[in-house]
Design a binder for this molecule. Structure first.
Ligand SMILES: NC(=O)c1ccc[n+]([C@@H]2O[C@H](COP(=O)([O-])OP(=O)(O)OC[C@H]3O[C@@H](n4cnc5c(N)ncnc54)[C@H](OP(=O)(O)O)[C@@H]3O)[C@@H](O)[C@H]2O)c1
Length: 302
């Protein structure tokens, strides 16, 4: 399940929306905030932010990145909250995202709650999380990018979740939880697994659709490591790989899914490069367009 064709298609849509904005004098702008100074995490965060910046520049969207590192823990949280307040007030910034990971001493919820929900392009503020439990619009609401991206990738390949047993490994606010809702709303029967799940592998083996969003490869973790290989899955299962982790010593990436092995048994598999990551980036651009449109029209969602 290569995402390149749909990534291109979504970028074309975004370009068309930008052309319409131009005629109306509307200008979107994205601000990304990096807050970790742990070297391997900083490297990872910068790589993700660089990709987002490249996507924005390619289609002609203003982008700025802020690094809030090197303060004492209390001062860093204060600086982050102050920066979010300023970005909330700026008219040229229509989308704000806080790049994960964050240092453990930062109160993530308190930080996310500060973001104006109308500029919350990651869909992580309490208001936008609540939208998912209400009558949301997949197209227009600010919903978490990876979860929506996966659903759109399945749609593109005409894989209907209805009636399928879906197993999601991971239950984070970013991926597992929102995806659970989106798949249930499409009539799949969903099981979300986590570290304390009993008989994990038996549950994975029952999945018609298995999504792995863990990021703890056996090469880097002794405890709670996870890797999806052919022996763990059902014949003909659809496999979606989300997680991956970079070895801080070598820079090598290790992914949740052993694509070569699962390809022998699966009906569809996402590639580790050019799969879910592209869908996440595409949705971020779409969320930014939706946020910009609503801000311009002052259509308050609440
Ligand atoms: N490709 C993309 O666009 C994209 C986007 C977002 C994230 N990611 C990647 O996806 C991965 C997950 O990201 P995240 O933000 O969801 O991470 P996260 O917040 O750390 O969540 C990881 C989830 O995996 C569960 N888990 C950990 N070890 C497990 C195990 N051995 N068996 C079963 N479940 C286990 C955790 O369980 P507990 O809840 O019990 O701790 C948690 O629910 C990371 O590698 C991240 O880099 C990729």
């Amino acid at each position: 399940m290569h995402a390149e064709p749909i990534f291109k298609k979504i970028k074309e849509e975004v370009r068309r929306e930008l052309a319409a904005f131009k005629e109306e004098g509307i200008t979107p702008g994205l601000a990304a905030i990096i807050a970790t100074d742990n070297p391997p995490e900083l490297l990872t965060a910068k790589k993700y932010v660089a990709l987002k910046e490249a996507d924005c520049r390619e289609v002609g969207i203003y982008f700025e990145a802020h690094e809030i590192c090197g303060y004492s823990p209390e001062d860093r949280e204060k600086a982050l909250l102050g920066l979010i307040e300023k970005l909330n007030l700026r008219d040229d910034i229509t989308g704000i995202l806080v790049q994960m990971p964050l240092p453990g001493f930062i109160n993530r919820e308190r930080l996310l709650e500060k973001i104006n929900p109308m500029k919350d392009v990651d869909g992580l503020t309490p208001y936008n999380k609540g939208r998912m439990l209400s009558s949301y619009s997949l197209e227009e609401d600010l919903l978490p990018c990876t979860a929506v991206g996966i659903v759109q990738l399945l749609e593109y390949y005409r894989i209907n979740p209805a009636g399928k047993d879906a197993v999601i490994v991971g239950r984070s606010d970013l991926v597992g939880r929102p995806l659970r809702i989106l798949l249930e709303d499409r009539d799949a029967t969903v099981t979300c697994l986590h570290r304390k799940t009993k008989n994990k592998y038996e549950k994975v083996a029952e999945g018609d659709l298995v999504v792995s969003a863990v990021g703890r490869p056996p090469e880097l973790y002794r405890e709670d490591s996870f890797r999806l290989t052919a022996e763990l899955i059902k014949d003909g299962a659809v496999i979606v790989g989300v997680g991956g982790k970079r070895d801080p010593a070598t820079g090598k990436m290790y992914f949740d899914v052993d694509v070569e092995s699962v390809s022998e048994k699966a009906s569809y598999v996402t590639p580790n490069i050019g799969g879910v990551g592209l869908m996440t980036r595409a949705r971020l651009l779409k969320n930014l367009i939706s946020a910009t449109r609503r801000l311009a029209e002052q259509v308050k969602p609440y």
